[in-house]
Design a protein around this ligand. Structure first.
Ligand SMILES: C[S@@+](CC[C@H](N)C(=O)[O-])C[C@H]1O[C@@H](n2cnc3c(N)ncnc32)[C@H](O)[C@@H]1O
Length: 297
């Protein structure tokens, strides 16, 4: 063991070494979906995404790198949570050992195990947000990551998730979002769908996105410019459930051509965020405070 950046550096040559158990079987989705929330951890992959997580204030448990990337560990990794607390360890393993631990070839060369934070409260988020996305039961981590990237890049204040919706901190969501899951505050809405009543109670126009032919055309569906708007997005297969559709004040569709029945939900979200952003912002309602959104990126 050697010290680097004021923290321990440990060479791992046995894939069964318990010190790297956070990184075992990363390709086993069912196992990881259960284990990571239970143990209060998530995995950030690649130096840039790790740096994003650190800048957003997530505390590292450890980092696992190939020898070639050992000196690429972001500087923020070495910061101690508080004086006297030990810095998180850096584990270094060759490509074969890395692959045996994780179950795949680690091309990005760096993986970090990070601590999850206490979940945010949906009612608190809604108290200050103006534009929110609400996702019902999305299954695909790829779609969810892409939705967070659009939400961040197109100015949404928060994302709300049904209890069964995929985990934004799952490795693939984090990677596809390019770390934007750390930038956009999110919360679970429970119980579902009863908690959707919070949207109306908080003064939101609730717009359900559906390809149904009798829905209003999207660009005509937004109400007055200063309205606070919540956009409901449905699951990949069957779309929004009837109970959720019934909570909407409007139903909006993106017209389809060539007999195509619907768009991918992440593509829908990007279009909706863009169209919503074309409206002038209301000066009277503040956007999400930085305390909820995490430190500035
Ligand atoms: C793959 S679609 C589900 C398709 C499903 N057959 C339906 O009728 O909703 C997943 C989600 O994307 C959104 N979506 C997809 N295409 C859309 C469109 N053309 N207009 C509005 N929303 C759309 C809806 O929120 C939908 O619930």
């Amino acid at each position: 063991m050697t010290a680097e950046g004021d923290g321990p550096v440990v060479v791992i040559d046995d894939p069964a070494d318990p010190r790297v158990s956070d990184y075992v079987a990363l390709t086993d989705v069912a196992l990881r979906r259960r284990r990571e929330p239970e143990q209060g951890l998530f995995i950030a992959e690649g130096e840039r995404v790790i740096e994003r997580a650190l800048r957003a204030g997530y505390q590292p448990r450890s980092v696992l790198v190939s020898p070639a990337r050992r000196h690429g560990v972001p500087a923020g990794f070495w910061a101690r949570p508080s004086p006297g607390q030990p810095a998180a360890p850096v584990y270094v393993a060759g490509p074969a050992v890395l692959a045996a631990i994780t179950g795949f070839e680690v091309h990005r060369g760096a993986l970090a195990s990070m601590c999850r934070r206490e979940p945010l409260d949906a009612a608190r988020l809604l108290a200050t947000a103006r534009r929110v996305l609400v996702c019902e039961d999305l299954v695909s981590h790829t779609n969810l990551g892409a939705i967070f990237r659009s939400a961040a890049g197109l100015g949404m204040d928060a994302v709300l998730l049904s209890p069964r919706c995929a985990d934004p901190l799952y490795r693939r969501s984090v990677r596809v979002s390019m770390g934007e899951v750390f930038a956009v505050p999110y919360a679970r809405l429970e119980p579902w769908p009863a908690a959707l009543s919070l949207l109306r109670m908080s003064g939101f126009e609730v717009v359900a996105l559906t390809p149904a032919a009798d829905a209003q055309e999207l660009t005509a569906a937004w109400a007055a410019p200063d309205d606070r708007v919540a956009v409901l997005l449905g699951t990949e297969g069957s779309g929004l459930t009837d109970e959720v559709l019934a909570t909407a004040t409007r139903r909006a569709r993106i017209p389809m051509a060539h007999g195509v029945d619907s768009l991918n939900v992440a593509a829908t979200a990007a279009i909706a965020c863009y169209v919503l952003g074309l409206r002038p912002p209301a000066p009277s309602v503040p956007s999400a405070p930085s305390a909820l959104a995490g430190p500035a990126r």
